[in-house]
Design a protein. Structure first.
Length: 305
């Protein structure tokens, strides 16, 4: 880890903010030590589209703006996030750069694609920083399906209702593919609802709030028990299409799939068929192969998605 004490005695430790960041967070970086110099020019960065948007809308710098940004890159020793223009040439345009802190968790494939894995730059991710909101999303989705919120919304529009009885999460089986920090937070939420929690993990070391562990190779043994299947794994060659036709066929027709990992974890065509044929009760999708899905994707119109 780079420390302020590791900065050159001739000057400050220069930190470049390369993506949208709230002023209060910039001030927290400055407040760490008086020797830190923060370079930040919002005019040179993508415009945030919503609160806490740390990616921003696609934008193009003018030649004058690009030269200003290159001047900052040449000085930077630490970067907050990637600059989407300078990925492959980052080691060249930022020769003093020693550490880059990403704002997302799944950067591995992108880093390899642009060759930064072969550079001397230390790359760190934001793995786990979104664990709580993603787990909240999963809990929301499970409650919506358990209480049949879709039915309630439909009857509200029809201005009437028929009596029915929803279900409880207590005693239901929550199966999690990927028990990293996000998956463990999902497990914690599930256990607080008195659910039975199972999941896949390469290590056999016990995981808090998880009742039973399966090795990833044992996924097919886990799926038939799942009332809710949460995908919280990163996208790797091993997890590409980890849930496809064969896996969906093993699940209960009353089960719900929740994907908060990556769109490539699921065979979307197989998922659409399973939902259409009522071999799966529903899906809650935070990620897709193409984001957003194309306008002609059946997922837009499916009432159980």
């Amino acid at each position: 880890m780079i420390s302020v004490d590791g900065a050159s005695s001739a000057g400050p430790l220069v930190v470049l903010i390369a993506s949208p960041l709230e002023p209060e967070h910039i001030e927290r970086i400055r407040a760490v030590d008086p020797r830190i110099e923060v370079l930040h020019d919002a005019d040179l960065l993508p415009r945030p589209r919503y609160v806490s948007d740390h990616t921003g809308a696609p934008t193009t710098r003018t030649p004058e703006q690009e030269e200003r940004f290159l001047d900052m890159l040449r000085r930077a020793e630490v970067m907050f996030d990637f600059d989407r223009v300078h990925l492959r040439d980052l080691p060249t345009v930022a020769p003093r750069l020693r550490w880059l802190q990403a704002t997302s968790a799944g950067i591995g494939q992108m880093v390899q694609r642009v060759g930064l894995d072969r550079s001397s730059i230390v790359l760190t991710t934001a793995s786990g920083v979104h664990a709580r909101p993603l787990a909240d999303f999963c809990l929301m989705a499970m409650l919506m399906f358990a209480k049949d919120y879709i039915r309630m919304e439909r009857e509200k529009r029809a201005k009437g209702w028929e009596r029915y009885c929803g279900e409880e999460l207590t005693g239901k089986t929550l199966a999690i593919v990927g028990l990293g920090r996000v998956g463990q937070e999902v497990a914690r939420h599930g256990k607080r609802m008195d659910m039975r929690v199972i999941g896949t993990r390469r290590s056999s070391m016990p995981v808090p709030d998880v009742d039973k562990l399966f090795h990833p190779a044992e996924l097919h043994s886990m799926l038939p028990d799942a009332d809710f299947l949460v995908l919280a794994a990163p996208h790797t060659p091993e997890t590409e299409g980890v849930v496809g036709e064969a896996e969906l066929a093993l699940m209960k027709p009353t089960a719900v799939l929740i994907n908060i990992g990556r769109g490539a974890l699921v065979d979307e065509d197989a998922l659409i068929r399973a939902l259409h044929e009522e071999r799966l009760a529903g899906a809650a999708l935070d990620v897709f192969r193409a984001e957003p899905p194309p306008p002609d994707s059946p997922l837009w119109e499916m009432p159980n998605v």
